[in-house]
Ligand binder design. Structure first.
Ligand SMILES: [Zn+2]
Length: 374
């Protein structure tokens, strides 16, 4: 049986029910056909009501299903990381990077750090789309230093196995197509109120490079140099953060938009130029009005973009990519299919969003989708 058919059969077995599935993932398993490991990760939201024993029970369930690592947001590092590591899972700290809505100190002490739209409105005072969209500007040296210090402190913690960045970008200038109706918007062009950043520092830096004030560009969305400036400003900040984490000998990863091309277009994120150790594109198909097949297509695109490396300051050739999967939009059978497709297209693993949404049926589907499942 060819490998492809074999994997498909594995998924089919998972769909048929759990009774014939006796074995579980035994951790990282060689699966991509390229000699690399295929790993299961999950984002995990902190729950205040859980004690150490409860966390261990939750993580033991993940471990039994073959999970390798958790990306944990919020809460006490020692409590949750102690439980994860005791169950044999890596603990990566999930860090909100440029969206600093939860950062009372920055909001209070540095309102000038926050990004400014083409309408000259601060995302601190007038957050676009939703009231938690308050973003700091990656062009500002004090912002880069502050964020670098924060991720450096996390990486210095012995309980932290790695740092995982989220919201590493500007505010969405265009929302994914599947979300337009939810916000009652038509975004076939870049509207000024969602177009960032026109703060003093961005304007000065761009003028020093290019000679023009971005506010005086007649059609800013069409201007290649101005687009590139925003991509580079995020990328340069990420390079500082990567250095701060690598200094402690720890890996750094990020949740990113679906493909490098979409990420540049929607959120000014040129992630295939970042020197990170693993990428987690969020392949949440319904947000894009797409289906499971699209998940595979995005994986193929991302893996191809990373294959050759990013050159000076970029990722190493073949940096692993885990497909981020939204459980809310995946029935167990669909989850199995998404895992198989991601693997066929060269993903190094998947990551589920998020742990509390993993039903027993999802777990059974994951076990069945593993290579070699009966
Ligand atoms: Zn700015």
């Amino acid at each position: 049986m060819r490998r492809r058919d074999f994997l498909k059969t594995g998924a089919a077995a998972a769909l048929a029910g759990g009774s014939t599935m006796t074995s579980a993932f035994t951790g990282r398993v060689s699966a991509s056909g390229r000699g690399s490991d295929f790993s299961l990760w999950s984002w995990v939201s902190f729950k205040r009501e859980y004690d150490a024993d409860e966390w261990r029970r939750r993580f033991s369930r993940l471990r039994e299903a073959g999970f390798h690592a958790v990306l944990v947001g919020g809460g006490d590092v020692e409590l949750v990381s102690g439980a994860a590591q005791a169950e044999g899972l890596e603990y990566h700290r999930w860090f909100w990077t440029m969206n600093r809505n939860g950062d009372g100190w920055a909001k209070e002490n540095h309102p000038e750090w926050f990004t400014v739209s083409r309408n000259l409105e601060s995302s601190l005072e007038k957050p676009p789309y939703v009231n938690y969209y308050r973003w700091v500007c990656p062009s500002r040296a004090p912002v880069r230093e502050y964020l670098s210090r924060r991720v450096g402190e996390l990486a210095a913690n012995p309980g932290v196995d790695g740092v995982h960045l989220d919201y590493v970008r500007h505010c969405d200038v265009i929302l994914p197509r599947g979300l337009w109706e939810r916000y009652n918007l038509v975004q076939d062009i870049e509207h000024a109120e969602f177009d960032f950043c026109y703060c003093d520092v961005c304007r000065e830096h761009f003028a020093a490079l290019d000679g023009r004030d971005p506010l005086e560009i007649p059609d800013p969305p069409a201007d290649e140099a101005w687009r590139r400036f925003r991509w580079d400003s995020v990328t340069e900040a990420v390079r500082d953060l990567a250095a701060a984490v690598h200094e402690h000998g720890k890996p750094i990863s990020a949740a990113v938009f679906a493909t490098p091309a979409e990420a540049r277009r929607l959120v000014r994120q040129s992630w295939d130029e970042w020197p990170l150790d693993r990428f987690f594109p969020m392949l949440y198909q319904h947000a894009y009005g797409e289906d499971i097949e699209w998940i595979g297509e995005c994986v193929r695109e991302g893996v191809a973009a990373l294959a050759g490396g990013g050159g000076e300051g970029g990722p190493r050739p073949g940096t692993p990519l885990n497909a981020g999967l939204q459980l809310r939009w995946l029935e167990p059978a669909e989850l199995a299919e998404a895992v198989v497709r991601a693997r066929e297209e060269g993903a190094a693993g998947v990551a589920t969003f998020e742990m509390h949404g993993l039903s027993d049926e999802h777990m059974a589907a994951l076990r069945g989708a593993r290579p070699g499942a009966p």
